[in-house]
Design a protein around this ligand. Structure first.
Ligand code: HEC
Length: 431
């Protein structure tokens, strides 16, 4: 993908600083949303299969409920699902400018796969809402889960590759895909966190509003509380293991004290969440508060920030290199511009004559001394060296003690060049 490299300029250090926070912001916006979509579709499909197997209308209803609550409108899918990945691809193109690696390429594939997955999610949603034939529903549900999983698997390959600059030189494209435990750890962490977030999201979206609760009968609500609470608890309990697995399989270069400290904070937050969840599952009177969902989002932000920190540790050298490359390119551009400007200054004999008559004639003649020396006496040393003459006119220096200093005249570049050329030409003709 040569065009990718030609498309981008190396970013400067200010630029990189902004980019760092922009990437984090994109993650903060995209990840919670996509977690709801992935969990919502997966569990909806899961309960649909259970419904068919057990011929149970209750499971059908749970399956519909997941989609109704967790799959937002299509515009949200585009703005929060697809767009952030497109922007991320463009940004990473800047960050990994000139790294000769497939990072941007992987991201392009991942974005395409996720976009296909999200499109199929909306097919699935429509087929449930409009009660399509169940084969269509299954195919679109399975397709969306497949594409989303594959898309984020590629995404994990990409982010794992970013962490390991040692491999950048070897990996040239998708064919060089190297299996690594970190990819597996990341993917599991991503999917199971998405499941946990979607469980917490379902609790939040069902129990946080009085109207939603009034519309549904107590028995169904009780079941939803159990299912959503159970999913959340199960996948939250897995978090410390997944987090640890991800850290252990990361290359040493990514790790630092802060990465470990944040991991400890995350585990503490997870502990608090689990205590809350346990209470909800145990005691039906405890209201599943929105506190859990908010705690979850905070935990997710910490997890993402931690991963970003690891990434920053890994790409430190690359960033330094980029910054110096940016300076080089900036210098190249400046020299090029100066050359262009110099070429744009034209020597015009008429202008030269005009400047001579208006500016020089008051102090100079060719053959007689006025305020300044006669040109016939001083121009000889400049014939063949027009540039030296230009330099003198631009900024006169003191030469002959018999004369006062010549003042600086404030001429434009083309006036200087033209008058110098004109004087030398007249001087040569007189010889
Ligand atoms: C206000 C008077 C004045 C004006 C106007 C003036 N000059 Fe001079 N010029 C001088 C004086 C005085 C010297 C002698 C300076 C010295 O020897 O230090 C001089 C010296 C020079 C010399 C000789 C430099 C050398 O190496 O000995 C050149 C060439 C020259 N002027 C070109 C120009 C040109 C071209 C213009 C018009 C664009 C111009 N001058 C306008 C006063 C003037």
């Amino acid at each position: 993908m040569d065009f990718v490299e030609n498309f981008f300029l190396p970013p400067s250090s200010d630029h990189l600083f902004l980019i760092k926070y922009l990437i984090l912001l994109i993650y903060f916006i995209h990840m919670p949303f996509i977690s709801l979509i992935i969990g919502g579709t997966f569990f909806s499909l899961f309960f649909r299969i259970l419904a068919v197997l057990n011929n149970s209308s209750f499971y059908y209803r749970v399956s519909d409920f997941f989609v109704e609550k967790l799959i937002f409108r299509k515009t949200a899918g585009i703005i929060l699902g697809v767009l952030p990945l497109v922007i991320l691809t463009l940004i990473e193109g800047q960050v990994f400018y000139d790294a000769h690696i497939a990072i941007v390429q992987f991201l392009v594939y991942s974005t395409i796969l996720v976009a296909m997955g999200i499109t199929m999610v909306y097919f699935y949603e429509a087929s449930i809402r409009m009660r399509f034939n169940s084969v269509v529903t299954f195919i679109s549900g399975a397709g969306s889960v497949f594409f989303l999983f594959l898309g984020y698997f590629v995404f994990c390959v990409d982010s794992s590759l970013i962490l390991d600059p040692g491999r950048w030189a070897v990996v040239k494209g998708f064919s060089d895909f190297l299996f690594s435990w970190n990819v597996v750890a990341r993917f599991n962490h991503f999917i199971f966190t998405a499941f946990a977030v979607s469980g917490a999201g379902l609790l939040f979206l069902t129990f946080n509003w009085q109207e939603t609760q009034e519309k549904l009968e107590a028995g169904f609500l009780k079941q939803i509380r159990k299912i959503a609470g159970g999913i959340t608890l199960a996948f939250t309990l897995l978090q410390p293991i997944l987090l640890f697995w991800n850290l252990v399989t990361m290359p040493a270069i990514s790790l630092s004290e802060s990465v470990f400290s944040i991991a400890v904070v995350v585990i503490l937050l997870i502990f608090i969440i689990c205590v809350h969840l346990y209470k909800i599952l145990q005691d039906q009177r405890v209201k599943p508060s929105n506190r859990i969902f908010i705690l979850f989002i905070i935990t997710l932000i910490f997890i993402l920030a931690n991963d970003h920190l690891a990434r920053e540790n890994s790409i430190q050298n690359h960033t330094a290199l980029l910054t110096s490359r940016a300076l080089e390119v900036e210098n190249e551009i400046t020299t090029e511009r100066e050359q262009l400007r110099a070429a744009a200054i034209k020597v015009d004999p008429n202008l030269g004559k005009q400047v001579f008559e208006n500016q020089c004639l008051s102090c100079h003649r060719f053959d007689q001394k006025v305020v300044g020396p006669p040109y016939n006496e001083v121009l000889l040393k400049y014939s063949g060296d027009e540039k030296a003459l230009e330099d003198f006119i631009r900024k006169p220096s003191k030469v002959n003690p018999d004369y006062p200093a010549m003042p600086q005249l404030g001429l434009s570049e083309s006036e200087i060049k033209s008058v110098a050329a004109y004087l030398l030409q007249v001087f040569q003709e007189k010889q």
